[in-house]
Design a binder for this molecule. Sequence first.
Ligand SMILES: [Zn+2]
Ligand SMILES: [Zn+2]
Length: 437
Amino acid sequence: MMKRHRRSTYVPSAVQYTACHECDWLMVIPPLQPGEQAVCPRCEHKLRALPAEARLQPMVYSIAALIMLLCSNFFPFLGMAVKGIHQDMTLYQTATTLLEEQHPALALTVFLFMQILPAICLTLICLIYYRLGHWRGKRLRKRYTLWLFRLIPWCMVEVFLIGVLVSLIKIASLADIELGYSFWAYVLFSLAMLKAFSAIDRDWLWLQQSGPIHLRQPPVPRGRAIDQHLTLCHACHGLVSLRTHRCPRCHSVLHARKPHSLQWTLALLFTAAILYIPANVLPIMITESLGQQTYSTILGGVVLLWEMGSYPVALVIFIASILVPIVKMLAIAWLCWSVYAGRIHHRRGRTRLYRLTEFIGRWSMVDVFVVAVLVALIRMGKLMSVYPGSAALAFAGVVILTMLSAMSFDPRLLWDNEPISDRANPQEKEAETNRAE
Ligand SMILES: [Zn+2]
Ligand SMILES: [Zn+2]
């Protein structure tokens, strides 16, 4: 007799209550059709989007990405030739060469962000989606789901690819470059991984695993969730009562607002700002050419590239390594000040700025990846070699700390000091406030 497992697909039939993750506005969402998305009327935050193939797409793309990642480690990644001398590098050498050069922390950072964390996330997707809807292993899948959403922001595969391209343009004038099979496998891996991540909808996934959260009495879909003793669970995005300490669906600890959000954000920001000094003063890369050593800082590298006429690369490095970290740190500091000072204008604009700081933060990692690729590729002894400088680790620290700082900031604080009279119709009131300024 065939063994039958209990497997079900949860299809929400009625409207669902939710609160906006970024402005705490309570609202109802009608059942979405595949391909549709819901947007907050007050702050324009994308609340949820139902992919066309919500169950199949993430798993199929994850398997494809994992196969491609495996392939990209077996063949040469890049090759270069100078004066008849040929040199190859494999993908994992971007990390192992740094280890040989006595930079274990930098090696670990690079390896984690470009291979380990993406591989863990893709494996978790396979484990979650393979038996989604089965009762067996449900508790473990819930834990996997919590970890998946914690780790996704730290997968920097596309940033690494940009780093590889920048490195190639940097050395294109000095040597003949060859793209190996692994390079193309890594490009396919990156595309498949991004496709898998974009096909995941957190709300849909939690609904499939545990169904909706039942509230004792239906909330009034108007005003802030906190005013009705409700909050959106930060982990599973379910609307829950603040009267319980833990979320009934994912068991995460509940908070109406992130605890000590401003203090954490500013502390991390301040540490990043301090670390930004050695990141710019110390050399990020040491180049040895015909026995002569040249130390280059981040800014020095940009000036050199500009003088060599590589304007686009100089601009990319300048924007990613100098402009983005500074703008991001100033933006976060200003957001914190605007909350502290109780500013009530341009709430939507400031929320957009917050989203931008969250989005651009990881792109500063480009320069660290450029160093990793150049160190692994250019190893020709006294003829031409590149070594990592101590600024590379300091700069990676700046990027990680600013990312953590942006994550600690609670964007709902931007909306909290809104006058009660303004909480009637979000779109009209915000438009009026902006017009009035
Ligand atoms: Zn909102
Ligand atoms: Zn939850």
